[in-house]
Design a protein around this ligand. Structure first.
Ligand SMILES: Nc1ncnc2c1ncn2[C@@H]1O[C@H](COP(=O)(O)OP(=O)(O)O[C@H]2O[C@H](CO)[C@@H](O)[C@H](O)[C@H]2O)[C@@H](O)[C@H]1O
Ligand SMILES: OC[C@H]1O[C@H](O[C@H]2[C@H](O)[C@@H](O)[C@@H](O[C@H]3[C@H](O)[C@@H](O)[C@@H](O)O[C@@H]3CO)O[C@@H]2CO)[C@H](O)[C@@H](O)[C@@H]1O
Length: 604
C-alpha cells in the first residue's frame, strides 16, 4: 500500500514548433517527444486539413492561436478536476448527478484530461482500490481516506472512501446521500464534505493515473477545479489556506457552479471551528438570516464562501443567472454577493446516449422523428398498462417527473389537477421526496382512479416510459436552475408545458417546442391560486392543440434539436481557458463522447 502525504510533481513544460507542427504540452517532456514522433510519422502520410494522430481524428481548423492551423497533436488541453457530492450513474439524487455524469466525458472528448471526484457511497463494482491512502484533518480528528478509481468514457472517475460515506448510504445510494430521509441532514455533513474537499485537493497530486494512452502520471498542480454546489465550497478556502502559502497549486484556479441556490449549507456560526480554516476566512462565511434553522440568528454559509473565494462563478442557464442577481427572493439572499462577483449561465446538456428514442433500453418500440406518430401510441398503451390506467391511445397523457420538494411545484400541480381533470386527459406523476408530497401522489389514484396515477418511487424505467409514452411533460417549478426533464423529454417528441423560470425559459419556446405557463410565486409555503389557474389554463390550451397539425409540428421541432453536452462543453471550455491556468490549451473538436468510451459505460 502506498501512503502519500506529498508528491514531488515532475511537470515540465515544452513548446515545440517545427515543420508546421505546433506542440505545446504541460505533460512530461518524454511523453511530448513521443507524441511529436508519432505526429511526424502521421504527417508524412496525411497532408491535408485533417490528420490522424494516435488513432484519433482531429480537425485542425477547430483550434485557435496556433501558428500552424494545419496539424494538431492530441493530448493538449486543460487538466480539469470536477468535484461534487453526486456523480451519475454511481450516485444520483437528481440533476446534479446527471451533470457530473455527462459534462466531464464531453470535456474529455474535446481533448482535455478530466477527473471527477466524489464520495464512494457504495461498493461500486467497477471502481478499484488505488491503494493510495492519505491522512486528513476533519474537525479535531485525523481521518484516513483512500481513493478508488475507474476510467470510463475518457474520464478518471475517482471515489473518496471513508466510513462516513460508505456506512451511511450502503446499498441505497439514491436516497441517503445527504440524510436518512428527505429533508433531514446527517449531523456530520460538514465533516463529510470537508473530507471530500480536502481529498479533491490531494487527488491530482497523489494519484499516479495511467488510464489512457494520451495522459499518464499525476495530474499535477496546473489544474482547474470545478466545484459544484455547497458541498464543495470549502475547496477554494483550503486551496488558499493550506496549499498556496506553501508554494503549491500556485497557478490552479477554481470555478464554482451553482446548480441550486436553495441549498446553501447554512450552519451554526460556532461550527466555523470545525472547518480548520484561519480566522481571516470567517467573514466570507458570515451570514445572518431571519430563520431559526438550524439555529437562530448568525450562521456560517458555505455557498457564500464558495462564491467569494472562487475565481469564476457559473450556473446552469443564462436566465437563472439573471434571476439570481435580481433580488433576495430568487437569489435566496445571496443576490448581493453574486452581483459583486458576477455570474455566468451556461445551459446544461443531457446524456443523449441514455435519452434516445432509437436506443432506449426501457421501451419496446424504438423510434425517430419519421416514426414517432405511429410509435408513441404503442408506447403510451404500454405505459397506461404499466401504471394501471385505462389503455386508450387516443387519450392525451401528461407526465410529471421530479424530486418532491417545493421547488418542483408538485403541490401546485396537485391543486390544479381538479381544475383540468374533467378534460379528455390522463396524468401520471412520478417522484420521491417529502412525505407530505408523496402522500399527495398516493391520493391521486383514490380521487381519480380512471384518470390519474401517482408513483412515489425513484424509478428510472418508469421515468423513461413516461417520457417515451406521454404526449406532454409538465414542469410546474417555482424555480428551476436549468431542468433536465424537459431536455430529456423533447427528443422523444414529448412536448413540455413549463413554468417560465430559469432554464425552462432558455430551453422551451412558447408555441414552437412547448407551452410556457408564466412565472410562479417563489414562496415555498404558499400554493398561489394564480399559479394553480395558470397550470389549469395552460394544460387546457395544450390539450386543445393535441392531435392537430400544429401539434405534429411541435413534436418535430422538439425532436430536431441538438441537446447533447457538445455545445455546452465548448462554452465551458472557453470560460475555463480564460482562467489562465499555466499550460492550459484549447482542446480539440471532439465527438460527443470520447470514441474509446462508447462500450465502457459504468454499471453502479
Ligand atoms: N422519481 C424519479 N425517478 C427516476 N428519475 C428521476 C426521478 N425524479 C427525478 N429523476 C431524474 O432526476 C433528474 C432530475 O433533474 P432536474 O434537472 O430536474 O433536477 P434537480 O432539481 O434534481 O437538479 C438541479 O440541478 C440540475 C443540474 O444542474 C438542474 O438542471 C436543476 O434545475 C437543478 O434543480 C433527471 O434525470 C430525472 O429524470
Ligand atoms: O441533484 C438533486 C439535488 O441534489 C443536491 O441537493 C441536496 C442538498 O444539497 C442537500 O443539502 C439536501 O438538502 C436538504 C437540506 O439540506 C435540508 O436542510 C432540507 O431543506 O431538505 C433538503 C432536501 O432534503 O438534499 C438535497 C437533495 O435532495 C444539490 O445540491 C442540488 O443542486 C440538486 O438539485
Amino acid at each position: 500500500m502506498a501512503t502519500a502525504t506529498a508528491w514531488n510533481c515532475v511537470s515540465r513544460r515544452s513548446s515545440v514548433s517545427k515543420n508546421g507542427v505546433a506542440i505545446s504540452s504541460s505533460r512530461r517532456e518524454a511523453k511530448a517527444t513521443a507524441t511529436l514522433r508519432v505526429a511526424k510519422t502521421q504527417i508524412a502520410v496525411h497532408e491535408g486539413l485533417r490528420v490522424v494522430c494516435n488513432a484519433r481524428v482531429i480537425r485542425a481548423n477547430g483550434i485557435q492561436n496556433m501558428k500552424s492551423r494545419k496539424f494538431i497533436v492530441c493530448g493538449l488541453g486543460m487538466k480539469l478536476i470536477f468535484v461534487a457530492s453526486e456523480v451519475g450513474p454511481w450516485s444520483k439524487t437528481g440533476g446534479l448527478g446527471d451533470v457530473l455524469g455527462g459534462l466531464p466525458p464531453a470535456m474529455a472528448a474535446n481533448g482535455h484530461r478530466v477527473m471527477t471526484i466524489a464520495p464512494r457511497y457504495d461498493q461500486y463494482k467497477d471502481a478499484w482500490d488505488t491503494e493510495v491512502e492519505i491522512e486528513l484533518k476533519a474537525g479535531d480528528k485525523t481521518e484516513k481516506v483512500r481513493f478508488f478509481h475507474c476510467y470510463k468514457r475518457g474520464v478518471d472517475r475517482v471515489f473518496v472512501d471513508h466510513p462516513m460515506f460508505l456506512e451511511k448510504v450502503w446499498g441505497k445510494t439514491a436516497s441517503k446521500v445527504y440524510g436518512p430521509v428527505a429533508g433531514i441532514d446527517y449531523q456530520d455533513n460538514q465533516i463529510r464534505f470537508s473530507l471530500l474537499c480536502q481529498a479533491a485537493l490531494e487527488a491530482p497530486r497523489v494519484l499516479n493515473l495511467n488510464s489512457s494512452e494520451y495522459f499518464s502520471g499525476p495530474y499535477g498542480e496546473d489544474v482547474v477545479f470545478i466545484c459544484n454546489d455547497w458541498h464543495t465550497a470549502l475547496l477554494p478556502c483550503y486551496l488558499k489556506s493550506m496549499y498556496q502559502p506553501r508554494g503549491l497549486y500556485t497557478s490552479a484556479k477554481v470555478a464554482f457552479c451553482i446548480h441550486n441556490i436553495a441549498y446553501q449549507g447554512r450552519f451554526a456560526f460556532a461550527d466555523f471551528n470545525l472547518l480548520n480554516l484561519p480566522d481571516e476566512f470567517k467573514s466570507s462565511f458570515d451570514f445572518i438570516d431571519g430563520y431559526e434553522k438550524p439555529v437562530k440568528g448568525r450562521k456560517i454559509n458555505w455557498m457564500k464562501a464558495g462564491i467569494l473565494e472562487s475565481d469564476k462563478i457559473l450556473t446552469v442557464s443564462p436566465y437563472y443567472a439573471k434571476e439570481l442577481v435580481s433580488g433576495p427572493d430568487k437569489g435566496v439572499e445571496l443576490d448581493n454577493i453574486l452581483r459583486k462577483t458576477s455570474i455566468l449561465g451556461i445551459v446544461n446538456g443531457m446524456d443523449v446516449q441514455e435519452w434516445s428514442p432509437m436506443t432506449d433500453k426501457f421501451t419496446s418500440v424504438k423510434f425517430d422523428s419519421s416514426t414517432v406518430m405511429s410509435a408513441k401510441p404503442l408506447i403510451k398503451e404500454a405505459l397506461q398498462a404499466e401504471v394501471g390506467l385505462p389503455v386508450d391511445k387516443s387519450i392525451p397523457v401528461v407526465g410529471f417527473i421530479g424530486r418532491l420538494e417545493e421547488q418542483k411545484g408538485s403541490d401546485i400541480l396537485a391543486a390544479a389537477i381538479p381544475e383540468f381533470i374533467g378534460e379528455n386527459v390522463q396524468i401520471i406523476v412520478l417522484g420521491t421526496g417529502k412525505k407530505a408530497m408523496e402522500k399527495q401522489l398516493d391520493e391521486l389514484e383514490i380521487q381519480y382512479p380512471l384518470k390519474a396515477r401517482g408513483v412515489a418511487k425513484f424509478n428510472v424505467k418508469l421515468a423513461h416510459m413516461i417520457i417515451a409514452g406521454a404526449d406532454f411533460i409538465i414542469v410546474p417549478s417555482r424555480f428551476e436552475p436549468c431542468g433536465l426533464i424537459q431536455l430529456q423529454a423533447m427528443p422523444y417528441g414529448c412536448v413540455p408545458i413549463v413554468a417560465s423560470t430559469g432554464g425552462l425559459v432558455d430551453t422551451v419556446k412558447e408555441g414552437y417546442t412547448g407551452f410556457q405557463m408564466g412565472a410562479f410565486n417563489v414562496e415555498c409555503e404558499t400554493v398561489d391560486p394564480v399559479d394553480v389557474t395558470a397550470i389549469a389554463t395552460t394544460v387546457k390550451r395544450a390539450l386543445a392543440v393535441y392531435g392537430t397539425p400544429a401539434f405534429s409540428e411541435m413534436i418535430q421541432n422538439c425532436m430536431a434539436q441538438e441537446l447533447s453536452w457538445k455545445k455546452p462543453a465548448k462554452k465551458w471550455e472557453e470560460v475555463l481557458l480564460n482562467l489562465g491556468v499555466e499550460g492550459s490549451e484549447p482542446g480539440i473538436e471532439g465527438e460527443e463522447i470520447a470514441p474509446l468510451a462508447k462500450e465502457n459505460v459504468a454499471t453502479p
